[in-house]
Design a protein around this ligand. Structure first.
Ligand code: ATP
Length: 680
C-alpha cells in the first residue's frame, strides 16, 4: 500500500493533537489524490489522512469527511452548492484586487476557475499574514454561503467567498507563482483552488464518494487496532468496510453515523445505527430488460411478481406518531411536526418534497389501521383524475407547484401508490422477503380510493399472463411492469442498488432501443425562423463517473413545443458560461461548437431511434478506441425530448458505460438478426 510517507514528504508536520484540522492538510491530501488515477493509492492517501484526524482531532472528523465528498450536509438537508461562475469570478476579482476583465481573460485562457483563483491569490501582495484556514472554519464558511437567501443574497455570498479566499494559502500567498503549477493543469495543493472547486460543486479529484466511505472504514479499523497496540488484519479491514457500507446504505447520513462511530466504535455501529424515519435511504433501482423472455430467463425457477410501473414521482414517505417520537431523535431534525406526529416525503434524490405534497401528508393517518406508530413506505405519486377516477399521465403531475403548496389550493390531485414497506413500528423490514413486506403492508394499511392505493400486481410466471398484465398496465396509463423477486434472500430491499432482483419492462422497450436516456444539457444553438429569440437545439451529454466528465452524445431539437422552448430559454440563460468547463469532453472542430455553453445543471429524458458511432460526439469514446481507431463516441440518432428530470442531478445522468452497453447490445441484436436472415 502506498503511504504518504512513501511519497517522500511529510505533508502536515505542524499539526498537533487537539489542534483543529488544518485545511492545508486536507488540500495536500487532495493534491496527492489528484496526481494519480489508481484507486488503491487514492484510498491509501485518504485513509492515512483520516487516521491522522482520528488520532489528533477526532472532533473534526465529520466536517473533514463532508469536505472530502464535496457535500456540506446530507442530501435531505437541502443545502445547495454549485455557485455560478460569474459570482465566483467577481469574488476572486474583488478579493485579489484584479479587475473582472483580467479574471475573465484568465478564465478564458486557463479554463479552470480553481486555477484562476490559485494564480490570482499567489500573485497578490499581502500586507499581513492571515490566520491559516481550518477544515471546520472552511466548512462553516461554505455552509454560510450556501444558506444565504433572499434580498441581497448575491452580495452576501460574494463577501463570504472573499472572506475564505483572503485567508486561503496563508503561508504562500503573495510569493508569486510558486506552488501553482498551472502548466500541469493541477495547481498543487492551493487552498484557493479547492475552495473554488468546492463552490462550483466539483472537486474533480477522481475521488468517488464510495472511495471516501471505504477509506473511512479502513482508517477507523486501523485506528481502533492501533489503540490496542495491534495492526489490523486484512480480514478485519474487509469486515469493517462491510459494516460501514451496510450501515451507510440504510442510514446515509454522516451526521448521524460519525458521532455514533466515535462513541461506540465501528464494530458496534450496526447495533446503534439502523434505518430510521427521518433519514431517507437511497432507493432500490431496477435493471432494464428488453423482453418478457429475458425476464423469464433471469427468474427461471423462482417466484416473482409483476407490479404495474406507475409513471409519476418516487416518494419515500416517513411517519412517526407522537407516542414514538422519542425513539427516533434524528427524525425530529428532519421531519415536519403537527398534532398527528412527524412526517415527510422524500424524492428519489432524498430531496425533501414535504412542501410540495402537504395534501398527502395531511392524510397519512387515514391510511393506517390501528396501532401504527412509525413507518417508511416506498411509493409513486401519480396525478389522479377525480372525475373519471383514474391515473393521469406524468405531464399532469409536472404542472403541480414544487414549493410552498397549500393543501386547499391544490389543483392536480395525486394518488399515492405504495409498493414497498421499509420500516414498520420501530423496526427496519428491509431484510424480510418482498412477500413478507407486502403482506405486512396490506395487513396494516388500508387503501383510500384516489388517495392511497397499493400497486396493482399479478404473481405469475406464464408468458401470456405477463403479456396481458403489461397491456393492462399500459391501458391504465402506466409505463409497463416492474418484475420483482418475491421470496428467498434475493428479495430483500437493497438500498441504493440497481439490482438484478428488480427488472423493469417498459412497453417502449419491446419495439426499439431499451431504456430512454437521462442526459445533461451542456450547450445550445440559437433557433431559426420563428425560434430566433430562444434556443432551438441543444447539445447533450452523458456522465462518466470514472473521471467525472460529461461526454457529448447528441444535438437535439425535436420534441419541444414553442412554450417549452421559451421556458428552457428562461431557465438556461443564467447558466451560460464563457467557455466549456474543463470537464466537458467534446469535439473541438469549429463547426461542431454550440452557440452557447452552460453550467451542467439540467437533466432531460430523451428517447432515440438507435445509436451510432460518430467523431462529432465523445460519449464512451475511450471504450471504442480500439475498434474505431479512436476519437469516435456513441451518438443518438433522431433523439426526441421526453421530459425534464428535475429529480435527477447531473451526476445521476445516464453513464457513458450504460451508453456503451446499449450500443453493444444493439449491435449484437443487429448481428443476430442478420445471421438469422442469412439462414432463412
Ligand atoms: P432509474 O430510477 O432506474 O434510474 P428512472 O428514474 O428513469 O430510472 P425508471 O427507469 O422509469 O426510472 O424506473 C424506476 C422508477 O419507477 C422508480 O424509481 C419508481 O419511481 C417508479 N415506479 C413506478 N411503479 C413502481 C413499482 N411498482 N415498483 C418500483 N418502482 C416503481
Amino acid at each position: 500500500q502506498a503511504t504518504l510517507k512513501s511519497t517522500g514528504n511529510d505533508p502536515y508536520p505542524d499539526w498537533k493533537a487537539g489542534d483543529p484540522v488544518p485545511y492545508a492538510a486536507l488540500c495536500t491530501t487532495f493534491s496527492l489524490v489528484e496526481m494519480t488515477t489508481k484507486r488503491l493509492i487514492i484510498m491509501a492517501y485518504c485513509s492515512q489522512f483520516l487516521q491522522q484526524v482520528l488520532r489528533l482531532t477526532p472532533g473534526d472528523l465529520l466536517p473533514t469527511v463532508q469536505l472530502m465528498i464535496n457535500k456540506l450536509a446530507a442530501d435531505y438537508a437541502g443545502i445547495e452548492l454549485g455557485i455560478g461562475e460569474s459570482l465566483i469570478m467577481k469574488a476572486i476579482g474583488e478579493c485579489t484586487g484584479r479587475s473582472l476583465a483580467v479574471i475573465k481573460t484568465d478564465q478564458h485562457e486557463i479554463g479552470d476557475l480553481g486555477l484562476v483563483a490559485a494564480k490570482s491569490r499567489s500573485n497578490q501582495p499581502t500586507m499581513f499574514k492571515p490566520k491559516a484556514l481550518t477544515v471546520r472554519g472552511v466548512h462553516e464558511g461554505l455552509l454560510g454561503i450556501a444558506k444565504v437567501s433572499g434580498h441581497g443574497s448575491q452580495d452576501k455570498k460574494i463577501s463570504g467567498i472573499k472572506k475564505l479566499l483572503s485567508a486561503a494559502d496563508a503561508a504562500t500567498a503573495g510569493k508569486g507563482n510558486k506552488g501553482v503549477d498551472i502548466t500541469h493543469n493541477k495547481g498543487g495543493p492551493s487552498e484557493a483552488k479547492f475552495i473554488v472547486r468546492f463552490l462550483e460543486g466539483k472537486l474533480r479529484l477522481g475521488l468517488a464518494e464510495r472511495t471516501v466511505l471505504v477509506s473511512l472504514a479502513q482508517a477507523i479499523v486501523s485506528h481502533e487496532a492501533a489503540l490496542e497496540g495491534k495492526k489490523a488484519s486484512p480480514e478485519k479491514m474487509a469486515e469493517g468496510e462491510q459494516v460501514l457500507k451496510t450501515v451507510y446504505s440504510e442510514l446515509p447520513s454522516y451526521e448521524v453515523i460519525i458521532p455514533a462511530m466515535l462513541e461506540h466504535g465501528l464494530f458496534n455501529l450496526s447495533k446503534v445505527c439502523k434505518l430510521q424515519p427521518g433519514v431517507p435511504l437511497k432507493p432500490m433501482l431496477a435493471k432494464p430488460t428488453k423482453s418478457i423472455t429475458e425476464v423469464l430467463d433471469r427468474f427461471e425457477g423462482k417466484e416473482f411478481t409483476c407490479e404495474y410501473k406507475y409513471d409519476g414521482e418516487r416518494a419515500q414517505i416517513h411517519f412517526v406518531a407522537p407516542s414514538a417520537i422519542e425513539q427516533f431523535p434524528a427524525s425530529t431534525a428532519t421531519l415536519q411536526r403537527d398534532d398527528k406526529g412527524l412526517s415527510a416525503i422524500f424524492s428519489r434524490n432524498s430531496e425533501d418534497l414535504s412542501k410540495k405534497y402537504p395534501d398527502v401528508l395531511g392524510k397519512l393517518d387515514t391510511w393506517v389501521k390501528n396501532d401504527v406508530t412509525s413507518f417508511v413506505l416506498d411509493c409513486e405519486t401519480v396525478a389522479w383524475d377525480t372525475v373519471n377516477k383514474k391515473v393521469l399521465p406524468f405531464q399532469q403531475l409536472m404542472t403541480r407547484k414544487r414549493k410552498d403548496v397549500k393543501a386547499e389550493d391544490v389543483k392536480v390531485k395525486v394518488c399515492v401508490f405504495a409498493f414497498d414497506l421499509l420500516f414498520f413500528n420501530g423496526d427496519p423490514c428491509v431484510k424480510k422477503s418482498l412477500r413478507e413486506r407486502r403482506e405486512l403492508m396490506h395487513q396494516c394499511f388500508q387503501p383510500v380510493e384516489g388517495e392511497f392505493q397499493f400497486a396493482q400486481y399479478g404473481d405469475t410466471n406464464v408468458l401470456d399472463e405477463i403479456q396481458d398484465l403489461l397491456e393492462e398496465s399500459v391501458k391504465s396509463s402506466c409505463e409497463g411492469l416492474m418484475v420483482k423477486m418475491l421470496d428467498t434472500d434475493e428479495s430483500g430491499y437493497e438500498p441504493s442498488k440497481r439490482s438484478r432482483n428488480w427488472l423493469k419492462v417498459k412497453k417502449d422497450y419491446l419495439a426499439g432501443v431499451g431504456d430512454s436516456l437521462d442526459l445533461v444539457v451542456l450547450g445550445a444553438y440559437y433557433g431559426r425562423g420563428k425560434r430566433t429569440s430562444v434556443y432551438g437545439a441543444f447539445l447533450l451529454a452523458a456522465y462518466n463517473p470514472n473521471n467525472d466528465t460529461y461526454e457529448t452524445i447528441c444535438n437535439i431539437g425535436t420534441g419541444f413545443s414553442e412554450a417549452v422552448l421559451e421556458e428552457f430559454h428562461k431557465e438556461l440563460k443564467p447558466m451560460v458560461i464563457d467557455r466549456p468547463k474543463p470537464f466537458y469532453s467534446h469535439s473541438t472542430v469549429p463547426k461542431d461548437q454550440p452557440d452557447v455553453w452552460f453550467e451542467p445543471r439540467l437533466v432531460w429524458e430523451v428517447k432515440t431511434a438507435d445509436l451510432t458511432l460518430s467523431p462529432r460526439y465523445q460519449a464512451a469514446a475511450d471504450e471504442f478506441e480500439g475498434t474505431t481507431g479512436g476519437g469516435k463516441g456513441v451518438s443518438l440518432r433522431f433523439p426526441r425530448f421526453i421530459k425534464s428530470r428535475d429529480d435527477k442531478k447531473p451526476e445521476q445522468a445516464t453513464t457513458t458505460r450504460a451508453v456503451a452497453e446499449m450500443y453493444r447490445k444493439q449491435e449484437a441484436v443487429a448481428k443476430e438478426t442478420a445471421g438469422k436472415r442469412g439462414v432463412d
